[in-house]
Design a protein around this ligand. Structure first.
Ligand code: ADP
Length: 423
C-alpha cells in the first residue's frame, strides 16, 4: 500500500533515566507501508546526558555541524526545555506535525502505539510505579512537547509492546497464581523498540530467517528469542533488573539474596534496590567502571573477572534460547557494546561452535571499525546497518540499532495506516 503525504517532519523524544535523546526526521513524498522510513532523512539529532548530576553534557548535530557543551541540568524538565530552545528556530520553521515518545513501560494496557489523549495520559501516569526510573521522565517529555507543539500529534510507543506475544509459560513467575492478576506480576520484557527495529530490518533484507536470537547489549542489556517475527522470550522481566549482568545492574541472582543482604547490611529496601540497580553489574565486580569500553582498558583481576562473568552470562542465555527455539537461523549483536566490540562477539561465540556459530575474525574486526564511525545522519541507511560476521552454518550479524527510526515508523503507521483509537 502506498500513500502520498507531502513532506512531514517528526520529532522523536527518548527520555532515559538520566538522559534525553532526540531526532528530527524529514519524510518526503510517498510512504510505502513495508519500507516506511526508507525515504526518510534524519536532519537533527542530539543527546543530553548525566541529567541530575554535576557532569551534564549536551551534543547536538545538524547537517555537518556539531554543537557540544558541558552544562548541568537539575532534572528532565530543564533538559527538555533546553533542547526545545536550542531547536527553537528549526522547530518553528519545520512545522513538526508528529512528536513520538518512547515509553519504557506500557503495562498490560498498552500493547501497541497510541495517541496521547487525556484519558491515555491518566492511564500512563498510573504506570509510573512499574518503571519509576523511566516512565515519569517519559511523561515529562510528553507534557513539555505538548506545551511547545500543541498542534502536533503526540504519539507514545512502548518498549514492552514487542513482548506481548511471549507465551504464558515463559511470561509467568512460579509464584502464587493469584499475584498475576492482582498485582500484574509477570515478565514484561524491555528494549522492545530496538528488537522491533532489528526484526523489521532483517525481515526486509534476509527473508529466510524464522528463528532468531538478538542480543541488545548497551548500558542496559537483554536478549530476545524471536520466532516468526514475534518475541517468544526475553531476559528482562517485571523490571529491567532481571536477566543479564549489566553496566550497574546485577541481573539474575538468587531471589533470597536481597533478604539476606538487607539484614547483613542493615539497609532499607530503597537502599538495597539502589545497590542492585546502580552499584552492581560490571561496576560492582570491577569496582572501577560500569562502562564496557573503559573496562577493557583495565588489566587488574577484578576487571578481568567482571569481563568473564559478563561474557559467560550472555553465552548461557544464548544456549538456553537456542534450546527454547529448537535451533536458530541467525544470531544478532546490537547496542553500544554489541555493535562496537569485536572482542565481546568473539568471546561469546567461542563456546557456540557446536551450534554452528563461528565468527570470521577479519569481518568481525571490520564490522566494529565500521560501526565505530557509523554516521546515522542524512538518509536512513537501512541496508548499511547490517554487517555479516559469521562463517559457520548459522549466520551471525552485527547490526546498528536505531530506536528513533523505529519510533517514527510506528507513529507514521499509526497515523496514516490505522484508525487512531483516540485523539
Ligand atoms: P544505552 O543503554 O545507554 O543506550 P549504549 O547502547 O549507548 O547504551 O551502549 C553503551 C555501552 O557501549 C557502554 O558500556 C560503552 O562503553 C559501550 N561501547 C561503546 N563503544 C564501544 C566500543 N568501541 N567498544 C566497546 N564498548 C563500547
Amino acid at each position: 500500500m502506498i500513500k502520498r503525504t507531502g513532506q512531514i517532519h517528526i520529532l522523536s523524544i527518548n527520555c532515559g533515566s538520566s538522559s534525553v535523546k532526540f531526532s528530527i526526521f524529514e519524510i518526503s513524498g510517498s510512504l510505502d507501508k513495508k519500507n516506511l522510513l526508507l525515504n526518510a532523512g534524519r536532519i537533527f539529532s542530539g543527546i543530553i546526558e548525566e541529567i541530575g548530576t554535576k557532569f551534564g553534557e549536551f551534543h547536538f548535530k545538524t547537517k555537518g555541524k556539531k554543537d557540544f557543551g558541558k552544562l548541568n541540568f537539575k532534572d528532565h524538565s530543564e533538559a527538555i526545555n533546553f533542547m526545545i530552545h536550542k531547536l527553537g528556530f528549526n522547530i518553528a520553521n519545520l512545522n513538526i506535525s508528529i512528536v513520538v515518545h518512547r515509553f519504557v513501560h506500557g503495562g498490560d494496557e498498552f500493547r501497541k502505539p497510541i495517541i496521547a489523549s487525556r484519558e491515555n495520559i491518566v492511564k500512563l501516569s498510573r504506570l509510573n510505579e512499574l518503571a519509576p526510573l523511566h516512565n515519569p521522565s517519559n511523561l515529562k517529555g510528553l507534557e513539555i512537547a505538548s506545551r511547545y507543539l500543541p498542534h502536533a500529534k503526540q504519539v507514545c510507543v512502548f518498549d514492552t509492546a514487542f513482548h506481548r506475544t511471549v507465551p504464558l509459560y515463559a511470561r509467568m513467575y512460579p509464584i502464587p497464581r493469584g499475584y498475576y492478576n492482582r498485582y500484574k506480576v509477570k515478565r514484561y520484557g524491555f528494549h522492545g523498540i530496538s528488537y522491533s527495529y532489528i526484526n523489521n530490518l532483517l525481515s526486509l533484507n534476509k527473508k529466510d530467517i524464522k528463528k532468531l536470537i538478538i542480543c541488545h547489549l548497551g548500558n542496559g542489556a537483554s536478549i530476545c528469542a524471536v520466532k516468526n517475527g514475534v518475541s517468544v522470550d526475553t531476559s528482562m522481566g517485571y523490571t529491567p533488573l532481571e536477566g543479564l549482568m549489566m553496566g550497574t545492574r546485577c541481573g539474575d541472582i538468587d531471589p533470597s539474596l536481597p533478604f539476606i543482604l538487607k539484614e547483613k547490611l542493615n539497609v532499607s529496601c530503597e537502599e538495597l534496590y539502589d545497590i542492585l540497580n546502580k552499584k552492581s553489574g560490571l561496576l560492582g565486580i570491577s569496582q572501577k567502571t560500569y562502562d564496557f569500553k573503559e573496562l577493557l582498558t583495565y588489566s587488574d583481576e577484578n576487571s578481568k573477572l567482571a569481563f568473564k562473568m559478563y561474557i559467560y552470562r550472555i553465552t548461557k542465555f544464548i544456549g538456553g534460547y537456542c534450546a527454547a527455539l529448537n535451533g536458530i537461523d541467525a544470531l544478532v549483536f546490537t547496542g553500544g557494546i554489541g555493535e562496537n566490540s569485536s572482542l565481546l562477539r568473539k568471546e561469546v561465540c567461542k563456546n557456540l561452535a557446536y551450534l554452528g556459530i563461528k565468527i570470521d575474525d577479519l569481518k568481525n574486526k571490520e564490522a566494529s571499525e565500521y560501526f565505530n564511525k557509523f554516521d546515522c545522519h542524512g538518509k536512513i541507511k537501512i541496508r548499511k546497518s547490517i554487517k555479516s560476521i559469521g562463517i559457520g552454518k548459522i549466520p551471525v550479524f552485527a547490526v546498528h540499532t536505531d530506536e528513533d527510526v523505529q519510533m517514527a515508523s510506528e507513529a507514521v503507521k499509526l497515523l496514516f495506516y490505522k484508525k487512531p483509537a483516540a485523539t
